[in-house]
Design a protein around this ligand. Structure first.
Ligand code: URA
Length: 263
């Protein structure tokens, strides 16, 4: 394991092991041996390792109808959202739920919309699916609480207020939030984006296929002229309902690990 994984706390390590065992991993085995003590390989011009391959296809240009370029920091975006009364979801939500994690992280995770626990705490992915997400991340040496950008993640959602009763947000609500999300990507400058579930995957890849088809395949999203490798994966809430699908999510986590290791 590399330095960042050696730095895991016993709690992180126990959580990571729990996730591995939940996924059915009962042996330490991979398709190829990985020596994580070896010096890092020279960075490849094109990221190709195992399944972590960004296809040469033209990047998907993600452009909102409106822009939020007037905001110069993530704190300014959060303040602007706090005072943004145009989105009807704000009226029924308890709290704004903008982001969590480390803004200097290499990895940005994008979910769908806050649920009940997130609405109460004002932070994304703090309920049961967030706990599962934390275990998945820990298994590949990542954590929202990490201080170093290599092992940190930054987490946000397509929608920043809880839809009443967790209903699907309308197109208008989604369009209202999108400029803030895209400005967040511009300012946070992630090396890679992981979309949790169909809603962010559809918005950022421009594809309408089901998440089971989209997941696991890297695409390139072009956000304001910057090409960013993007991996759609399964939403942790779906994994809680369909635990057998955790093996697919595990493949995606390994693919994310590989992509980070070569970039
Ligand atoms: N599901 C999401 O998509 N986002 C959250 O923040 C919580 C649950």
């Amino acid at each position: 394991m590399d330095k960042t994984q050696n730095d895991m706390t016993p709690h992180d390590a126990a959580e990571a092991l729990r996730w591995l065992s939940e996924m059915g991993a009962d042996e330490i085995i991979g398709e190829a041996p990985v020596n994580r003590l070896a010096a890092p390989a020279p960075k490849a011009a094109t990221a190709v390792v195992g399944t972590a391959t960004v296809p040469a296809a033209a990047p998907v240009v993600v452009a909102p109808g409106a822009s939020a370029t007037q905001y110069q920091s993530l704190a300014e975006i959060e303040a602007a959202l706090d005072g943004f009364d145009a989105c009807p979801l704000k009226k029924t939500a308890t709290k704004l739920c903008y982001a969590d994690g480390n803004p200097s992280a290499r990895v940005m995770l994008i979910g769908e919309a806050p649920g009940r626990d997130e609405d109460i705490q004002g932070k994304p992915f703090v309920g049961r699916s967030g706990q599962l997400l934390d275990r998945m991340l820990a298994a590949v040496g990542l954590a929202r609480t990490a201080q170093d950008r290599e092992s940190a993640v930054f987490i946000t959602n397509v929608i920043f207020w809880r839809p009443p009763g967790n209903r699907t947000p309308t197109e208008a609500e989604t369009q209202m939030c999108l400029p803030f999300l895209l400005r967040t990507i511009e300012l946070q400058k992630p090396d890679v984006i992981v979309c949790l579930g169909a809603t962010p995957a559809h918005r950022l890849t421009g594809k309408a296929d089901g998440i089971l088809k989209l997941r696991g395949t890297w695409v390139t999203a072009n956000v304001s002229g910057r090409n960013i490798p993007l991996l759609p994966t399964l939403h942790p809430a779906y994994l809680l309902r369909q635990p057998a699908q955790k093996r697919l999510a595990w493949r995606d986590m390994l693919s994310l690990r590989q992509m980070l290791d070569v970039r």
